[in-house]
Ligand binder design. Sequence first.
Ligand code: SF4
Length: 341
Amino acid sequence: MSQTQNVEESQETSPEIQEHGNLLEVKDLTKFFPITGGVLSKVIGWVHAVDHVSFEVPRGKTIGVVGESGCGKTTLGRTILRLVEPTSGTIIFDNKDVSTIPQRHFRKYRKRMQIVFQDPYASLNPRMVVRNILTEPLRVHKTIPKGKINPYVLAIMREVGLDKEHLNRFPHEFSGGQRQRVCIARALVLNPDLLVLDEPTASVDVSVQARVLNLFKRIQKRRNLTYMFISHDLSVVTHMADIILVMYLGKILEVGSKKIFTMEKSKVHPYTSALGVAVPIPDPSLERNVILLKGDVPSPANPPPGCVFHTRCPEARAICSEKVPELEQKESGHSIACHFR
Ligand code: SF4
């Protein structure tokens, strides 16, 4: 059974998720980057950044994508927005296959799919004041009449917790948390349907993180936005997401609704356990079977045969290095790729 079938099945059985219809459907998506070498720069191999990934995101919901650095989660987000072109597979956005349409036609979909990057300082033009950062996309896409741009921008500034006085400041004049609010405002000006949030709190102080996460939640509720929330931190993902997708070396190892990951006795994938199962347990006297991971993620240019996690899995047996485990539905709303789960 394919990954696509299993992920679809795992979501089919969750009525609270299904009633909204899907805004985004990703089918068998791959992104391989060529490795070149020799004097003629010939292709000598491929980096398997995203490897046959399938999932669906209902409108107004959040899919959390979690995994260590190098697992392909950021490339997945960028490939869906076609900031990098997919190698193969299908991206269906609002019932339209947008995976192969020319970039000039994709523009009208791109404005409905925005991204908030991890490093707000690097993603803002240091020579532009906030007013220009926010009005530039409106001028390019001509979505708001000229005379209405200023009050519109001011309303969005207020929505993200900034004021009129911030409009004439440069990015370096803000704190990290305020800069991320500017990035959120920039993502909102085109009134998108989908926001890809790529580690959006990784570069802000811990004290600011909770406020930024709550801001995302408020904005989602008010605007009925759909989020793809990318993070290495399972506890943050569990706080934010309705569906959680665990990635390792470009592949989905586990997918399920949030409640699977927060239930005390859930049998999760060994890699998910290793990510900490960091979701707080209400009773501190209860212990959770947390596995400590050894070593680094293997090179995605040369992924291990069989189960890609077998080189680090404390439960690995002989079959694990020989046979690829399929992503199989284990229970309603929950699929795992492991021979022994
Ligand atoms: Fe570990 Fe084997 Fe399961 Fe892979 S298939 S997660 S190596 S037990």
